[in-house]
Design a protein around this ligand. Sequence first.
Ligand SMILES: Cc1ncc(COP(=O)(O)O)c(C=O)c1O
Length: 393
Amino acid sequence: MIPEQAFQPETLAVRAGTQRSQFNEHAEAMYLTSSFVFGSAAEAAARFSGAEAGPIYARFTNPGVTMFEERLAALEGAERCVAFASGMAAILATVMGLMKAGEHVVASRSIFGSTVQLFSNVLGRFGVETTFVSPTDPEEWRAAVRPNTRLFFVESPSNPLTEVSDIRRLADIAHAHCAWLAVDNCFCTPILQQPLQLGADIVIHSATKYLDGQGRVLGGAVLGGKDLMEGVYTFLRTAGPTLSAFNAWVLHRGLETLHLRMQAHSANALELATWLSGHPKVSRVLYPGLPSHPQHELAMRQQKTGGGIVAFEVVGGKDAAWQVVDATRLLSITANLGDTRSTITHPASTTHSRMSPEQRAAAGIGDGLLRIAVGLEAVADLRHDLARGLDAL
Ligand SMILES: Cc1ncc(COP(=O)(O)O)c(C=O)c1O
C-alpha cells in the first residue's frame, strides 16, 4: 500500500485517517459515547497500560476525534496531532504539557488578544514568564532569550495586521538556544503554509476558523513530533479540554473542502485588497499577497498565497472605522474569521480591546484599523457593501 504521505493534499483531505466500523460506512461515523466496553478484565488492563491500542474513555480517546487528528496530521506533515475543544485550549495545553514554572516564553507581540492575556495574565501567575517582541525582527527574539527560555510562540501572518514572520530564521534561533518554536497556523492552514517543513517544532490551530470553514463549531489542535506531543496528550488526558465527538465530525468534513476554500478565499482577498488600496479614504492596506506589504517577498516564499485576511486603516480613526462597519449590509459584524461568509471587525474595540492602549500602540493596532476575513461571496458585492461606508466618509 502507498504510504499516506505520498499523496497530494487534495487526496489526503478526503481520504487520510479514515477508519470504518464493522458496517463499513462510506461517510465516517460519529461516535457519541462517553466510554467504551472491554471484552475482559485483561483487555481493560491492557488498554489502560497502553499495551493494547484502542478506545477507553472519550475524555482522551474517541475514534471520530482520532480520524480528525490523523487527517490534519497528514495535511501538516506532522507525526502526531492532539485535538482540543478550542484554539485557546490548544495553546494552553502546549504550555501546560511542555513547560514548568520558572521557564520563559518569547512571543510575538502581534498575536490574538486572548493569547496575549493567556501568556501575560494567566500563565504569568503560575510562574511562566513571557517577553513580547516584534514579529518581524528576528534579532529581538535572539536578544530576548534567557537561559530558561523553552518556547518561541508566533502567529504568521498575525492577527489582525497580517505581519509575516520568518519561520525558518526563528526556528534556527530557537534551536540554537534549546527552545522550541510554536507557530499558530490559523490564518494559512496547511494548504497555504506548513510550518513544520520550515523548521518549526509545533503547529497550533484554532480549528474554529478555516478548518471548519462554515462558522459552526469550536475546536483546536496541536501538532508536532511524537515525543513532544506525548506531553501535550498527557495534559489532555489529565485535564480534559477535549474536542467533542460532534465537533470532530464537523471538522473532519470541513477538511475535505479546505484546499478549494483557501484558494477561493485568497483570490477574493487579493481582489478586494487591490481595490481598497486605490480608495482615497483608505490610508493603508495590509495584505501579504500585495507587493506593497512590508514582508511580501517572505510571505510568497513561505506561503502559497496571501490567504483570506485583509486589514486596512481608514482615514478618520475610530469614528470613521465604526461608520464603515455600521454601513455594511452584507458583511457580518462578528469577530470570527475563516467563514464562507465575509466578516468585518474593529480590532481595537473587540478582539484586542483587553490589551492596554500602550500594548495596542506597540503592536500597531490603530483606532482606524479594520479587519476583513474575506469569504466566498462575489467580490463585486463585497466592494459595493464597503463602498457605501467608505464613500460617505
Ligand atoms: C490566530 C488565532 N489563534 C487562536 C485563536 C483562538 O481560537 P478559539 O477561538 O478556537 O479558542 C483565534 C481566535 O480568533 C485566532 O484568531
